[in-house]
Design a protein around this ligand. Structure first.
Ligand SMILES: Cc1cc2nc3c(=O)[nH]c(=O)nc-3n(C[C@H](O)[C@H](O)[C@H](O)COP(=O)(O)OP(=O)(O)OC[C@H]3O[C@@H](n4cnc5c(N)ncnc54)[C@H](O)[C@@H]3O)c2cc1C
Length: 385
């Protein structure tokens, strides 16, 4: 059978681009299928923060971290504790996390893919997969068929192989809800600062910052079970957490002008039972998701895209495209995931422990031991009470 490509990548988001750019650069014929029919344009609905390792992964791909899609930098964070005392922590590196227009970030990655010679097909929503002895085929909603020696599914949390192969399940440990509200202004939010309000109840945290002049966002993350117990709508739940735990934030949430589209998502975390099958790898969110607590979703997408490209290169060279030939991908990803699981678990423990948070507000050594990167020495402290 004559094939259309060596590799078909499903989804041209961060994970798909990271894998595709590397495979094209290594000399493979790659097709990336993207369900959207064009670039999104500006998209700040999630107000995503890209941490320094994400920026480093971009540099490895030849994507410069500059342009009008790079918005406010974050040069420090403020931890606000249950008694409304706070500590401020400057980030001690020359480079800092940046907030991005997500549409512009995706577009920069896709531009790079086309620049290195990758074929990007828009309006190609993959609905079915077919596996044969000598090929894998991605079939789109328009019934076009794209055959290759193997597929990389980078279609995000609703990736087609998750449904087709029934690979996705709930992850009760990381079952949280996210609710984002956007504002025109937010009196008292320090500039270039990630402002984390920690309550020690219900796994709840409301955090945010200015994204760019005239646009602020505060996101609630909380245990989904708590919202279900309260039987409130997402925004009512958001407001009730602020009202019950944080007078400073609640006053502003109710007073400041809201803009844009508020959104909620639940459950945020889920598990995927297998990330490698014969002639198939799953990368990025398609391979599972824990929590946005670490701000590392894109880093993880880019890293797993890199690991998948290396494993695919080895398998394509050897001619063995069975699941067992992708062992290096499974191993590399497991190492990454385990580290992240440990970290998220520790952070969630703290978010549910009011006494620990109150101790962290006063005890620098203790804070450093429980907060990881958020525990770096404080240079200022005060109170919002
Ligand atoms: C509330 C929330 C806040 C977050 N905040 C951050 C943050 O601050 N920092 C951070 O780094 N990460 C954050 N993340 C995580 C981050 O958004 C994701 O981890 C990241 O986008 C995953 O990249 P991906 O390439 O795997 O998937 P996606 O970005 O979802 O890309 C998937 C691509 O595949 C396409 N596609 C989907 N289905 C198909 C199909 N059937 N056929 C063809 N194409 C398809 C899509 O159109 C898209 O282009 C957050 C996530 C949530 C939920």
């Amino acid at each position: 059978m004559s094939l259309d490509a060596d590799v078909v990548v499903i989804g041209a988001g961060p994970a798909g681009c990271a894998a595709a750019i590397r495979l094209v650069a290594a000399g493979y014929n790659v097709i990336a299928l993207e369900r959207k029919d064009r670039e999104d344009g500006e998209d700040i609905t999630s107000g995503e923060v890209l941490v320094v390792p994400t920026q480093n992964e971009c540099a490895q791909l030849g994507v410069n971290f500059e342009g009008d899609w790079v918005l406010d930098r974050i040069t420090g964070f403020r931890n606000v504790y249950p008694d409304l005392s706070w500590t401020y922590h400057p980030i001690p590196t020359p480079t800092c996390p940046a907030q991005v227009d997500r549409g512009g970030f995706n577009a920069a990655l896709r531009r790079r893919l086309v620049e290195v010679g990758g074929r990007l097909i828009w309006n190609a929503r993959v609905t079915d997969l077919e596996f044969r002895g000598d090929a894998a085929i991605a079939i789109t909603a328009g019934r076009s068929r794209h055959s290759a020696r193997m597929l990389i599914d980078a279609g995000g949390r609703y990736a087609p192989s998750l449904r087709a192969l029934n690979l996705k399940s709930e992850d009760p440990e990381f079952s949280q809800i996210g609710v984002a509200v956007f504002f025109n202004s937010f009196d008292g939010t320090p500039l270039n600062t990630w402002d984390r309000h920690l309550y020690g109840m219900r796994g709840a945290m409301i955090s945010g910052s200015r994204i760019k002049p005239g646009l602020y966002r505060y996101i609630l993350e909380a245990d989904l079970a708590e919202k279900q117990t309260d039987r409130l709508g997402a925004i009512e739940f958001y407001e009730s957490v602020a009202r019950n735990h944080d007078r400073w934030l609640y006053e502003r949430v109710m007073r400041e002008p809201r803009v844009g589209r508020q959104w909620s998502m639940a459950p945020l975390g889920y598990r995927v039972s297998a990330v490698a099958r014969d002639r198939l790898l799953l990368v990025g969110d398609a391979a599972g998701y824990l929590s946005p607590i670490t701000g590392q979703g894109n880093e993880f997408a880019l890293r797993t895209g890199r690991l998948a490209a290396i494993a695919a290169d080895n398998a394509l060279r050897s001619g063995d495209l069975s699941a067992s030939a992708f062992a290096s991908y499974i191993e590399g990803r497991r190492y990454e995931v385990e580290r992240q699981v440990d970290y998220v678990r520790a952070q969630l423990r703290i978010l549910r422990d009011r006494a620990a948070l109150l101790r962290a507000s006063r005890d620098d050594e203790y804070r450093a031991s429980v907060f990881g990167p958020y525990g770096i020495p404080a240079t200022e402290r005060g109170s919002l009470a």
